[in-house]
Design a protein around this ligand. Sequence first.
Ligand SMILES: [Zn+2]
Length: 233
Amino acid sequence: MIRVHSDSKHTKISFERDTVSANHSSTEEKCKDMNIDHLRSNGHSVHVERQPKRVDYPRLLALGRELLLAIGEDPEREGLRETPRRWADAWREFIEYDPGTTETTFSSVASDQLVCVSGMRVSSLCEHHLLPFWCDVSIGYIPNEKVLGLSKFARIAQQFAHRLQLQERLGQQIADEITRITGTQNVAVVLKGEHYCMTARGIRMPGRMTSSVLRGVFRTESQTRMEFLRLIE
Ligand SMILES: [Zn+2]
């Protein structure tokens, strides 16, 4: 579900949880996309990580079995026989996630509007512990000539969440991508996340981590920054 709030100066769009599902295209289409990405990266900032990765599936299967053995389990016992396959499938689904088209833009009708998209929740994996974390993502931007299609914010957030991550880097990559596609430097991204490496191990304390990337007028103009922060409350 998408909620849109609009007055004369501001547009606020909220997603209810999980509006985007994986959209698997054929291998051929994927390779085509990868080529395009590669060509587009020439002469611009380098976005090598935009290309979808592939897993070594047989190796994952063997690793899943090995993991069970390493923790003292019997991979042949009832209940665990299919676990290496399920585990390998989960990794493949996570790593080979295809966000679909993320670059649909439209001509801007009013270039002074603050557009805010919030309520998007993504799941990712902490690269330090290989444990999950989830983040609520809020994105604000002030378009120049190009506005981004509505669903693209969620696709972009999902695209960068589907890899080994750090919350801080996830926010930066989302902001970079919005600038790359729309050309505007006025971008703000706020992430609020819960990390299992904190809640389920180590200190074992529930808590939220908030990180923000504020660029352009969101950095230099306190009024715009406050307006954005108010809209994502
Ligand atoms: Zn961690």
